[in-house]
Design a protein around this ligand. Structure first.
Ligand SMILES: [Zn+2]
Ligand SMILES: [Zn+2]
Length: 223
């Protein structure tokens, strides 16, 4: 699997484009605001169709680009991309206006139009498996940063996308609405640290790491 990481938006949020040699479908992990403008021309140029957007959680810097991508992919693509997320973040995706004041306090130049709602087409629960890019994926519920935080584990590739649950040498904030440190600590121990040591982790911000590396040196959550 080919992984291309682009940092997009005011928080440098990682957007991952996943492709496979010889296939014309592709997947995005998270869609920060502006992701469509930046990436859709590249997909078109390469003849790729977007099969799915895997949302790691409902924060604006990770899902703010979904509505724009859905609008732009209606035509001529007949099948819109599957939008995957966890139901505990339903309000973040479908009613982003509820969180508007909070985001606008953090980024004062955000206007009311910067919060387009969209529909999630596939709600995933913990442990649910699904096929993408010819491989089997597993959704892992890792709440604590957001109530509906998901990690996406591809055992065939020994890789997982962890969103803002765990970063290289750090963890996600737990002081935002719905955040809780003991919950996050337990989720990382139970769902991430139990993956094979060799599994490579791709976080929502910053560089990649591995299960072994975080188990041995992450100062915030010890195994
Ligand atoms: Zn977040
Ligand atoms: Zn984030």
């Amino acid at each position: 699997m080919k992984i291309e990481r682009t940092e997009i938006g005011p928080f440098g949020t990682n957007c991952y484009l996943l492709t496979e040699d010889g296939r014309t479908d592709c997947v995005l992990v998270d869609a920060p605001p502006g992701a469509g403008t930046l990436l859709l021309p590249i997909l078109k140029k390469r003849g790729l169709s977007l099969a799915a957007i895997l949302l790691t959680h409902g924060h604006w810097d990770h899902n703010g680009g979904v509505a724009g991508i859905l609008a732009a992919t209606q035509e001529p693509q007949t099948t819109p991309p599957e939008i995957c997320a966890h139901p505990a973040d339903r309000d973040c995706h479908e009613h982003p206006e509820k969180f508007m004041a909070w985001y606008q306090a953090a980024i004062p130049d955000l206007g009311d139009d910067d919060f387009p709602a969209f529909k999630v087409s596939r709600w995933l629960s913990d442990g649910e498996t699904f096929p993408l890019l010819g491989k089997t994926w597993t959704a892992l519920h890792v709440p604590g940063h957001c109530p509906g935080s998901l990690a996406y584990y591809c055992a065939d590739e020994q890789k997982a996308w962890t969103g803002d649950a765990v970063f290289a040498g750090s963890i996600g904030r737990t002081d935002l609405p719905g955040g809780n440190f003991p919950t996050l600590e337990k989720a990382i121990r139970d769902k991430i640290y139990t993956l094979p040591d060799s599994v490579k982790l791709f976080p929502g911000h910053g560089p990649a790491t591995s299960v072994a590396e975080e188990k041995s040196s992450n100062p915030f959550v010890r195994p």
